[in-house]
Design a protein around this ligand. Sequence first.
Ligand code: ZN
Length: 319
Amino acid sequence: MNEPVFLKPVFKQMIWGGNRMRNEYGYDIPGDDTGECWAISAHPNGDCVVDGGEFDGMHLSELYKTHPELFGDNKERFPLLVKIIDAKADLSIQVHPDDKYAFEHENGSYGKTECWYILDCDKDAEIIIGHNAKTKEELADMINNGRWDDLITPRPIKKGDFFQIEPGTVHAIKKGTLILETQQSSDVTYRLYDYGRLQNGKPRELHLKQSIDVITCPHVDRGTEHEVLIEVEDSKVEELVDCKFYKVYKCDCFGTLTFTDSTNYRLFSVIEGQGNLSVTGSEKKYELKKGMHFIIPKTCTDFVLSGEMSLIMSESKAS
Ligand code: ZN
């Protein structure tokens, strides 16, 4: 098998969503409140379908189960999930559990480590990462008494910024931000505060006890790597993060980028421009453009990207 696996995204409408995925990516979104595009996902809440090729129409979860040779990591479930998030309004302030807590309290689910590449944002856009409580007691007091301004200090962001969000980290994407998120395949979120908003006339559920249980105190900022691994003429591959669950890279292709002896399957999202993909051993050339998402199986060890485009690439790590 030496062909890429293209996937059809699954869209989610959210009270904070917008329409930038239609206007900027050309997706056929279900409404002007589309908050999330699950672009590479085998999660039961949004299991992508293969678009074209040998496995056309198959769910990614099924491909992962029935063709382990394409992935070679022998996990029970496909481990990663790639999303685009369009935040027209603020997302709730939230936190995710780690694997241990999620496994015990959320029916054996994975925990959630995630990272954000800022695709675009308003000039004055901000994001929330971390909190100001020094101890669990202070944290509980701030949360239970709604002292949000004491607990949280937003920070400014700009296009191209990248953040790693470890489990236990208080975080929120704020309005005017378009993000590409790479995360563990999990849908477990504990909401601390939702700005008092209503959805269908009711506030969305909060999870204060679980939040206080899992929030790391005091907050520790996790830096990111930004190490340039390949640089050939104008093209380069930069490692953004290397954590327990994944590695994420930014690939800038101006001309060609050649990958040889690749030992893992890789997830790709074209975030800018257009070009082509060819896999050694195959005559076929695949056209790529902004908004396309695909997996290059482990069986394709040598492949070439060409054109003028930027991609976010990720790979799962054994853990
Ligand atoms: Zn999150």
